[in-house]
Unconditional design. Structure first.
Length: 186
């Protein structure tokens, strides 16, 4: 029996790295157009394969990426989340947050739970001095998650997506401003 290694844990989820053979695990989330509204489309078969390959590359090069967030009780995939190295401009990178919650689980606080686990990983394991969340202005749910985690809007950036310029709000949390998961001050 294979012993599973988890990169992050939260109250309801355990997060593991994706594997090359995880297509059937992640495709139901990535191919759902409503879930993937921030990407403006559900992914094709090829895009899912490329996305998994990109995560494997990110793990190797960056030590992080989207992880599979598995329900502690059922083992089912609930979310894809984790810290990501974000390219801000040609010379600048920063640790950012990525989170995609399975649509039938929206509204249950999993986005905030995933973001908090990702922040802890970024600060504790990656030694990030700050973590950013690059969020499209119309993505109200993600803006609420960022605020619930103590992240503050600090500016705006334009990212190139599918051949067009797309504005993103930049939210930030510094390591010394991180609150414990229960929201109390240390």
């Amino acid at each position: 029996m294979e012993i599973q290694h988890y990169e992050m844990e939260s109250a309801r989820l355990r997060f593991r790295r994706l594997r090359a053979d995880d297509y059937s695990l992640v495709a139901p989330i990535l191919q759902d157009a409503e879930t993937m509204y921030a990407w403006e489309h559900g992914f094709s078969y090829e895009e899912v394969i490329d996305w998994i390959a990109d995560m494997l590359r990110r793990y190797h090069e960056d030590g992080c990426g989207y992880f599979a967030g598995l329900d502690r009780e059922t083992g089912e995939l609930a979310a894809l989340a984790g810290p990501l190295v974000e390219q801000l401009d040609e010379q600048t990178t920063a640790i950012g947050l990525g989170c995609i919650v399975r649509r039938d689980l929206w509204g249950q606080g999993l986005g905030t739970e995933c973001a908090r686990a990702s922040l802890a990983f970024a600060f504790d394991k990656l030694n990030a001095p700050r973590v950013l969340a690059l969020i499209r202005p119309e993505n109200v749910a993600s803006l609420h998650v960022a605020a619930a985690c103590g992240m503050q809007p600090v500016g705006q950036i334009t990212k190139r997506h599918q051949g067009k310029d797309v504005p993103h709000v930049v939210c930030m949390l510094a390591r010394d401003a991180m609150q414990p998961a229960d929201g109390t001050a240390e």
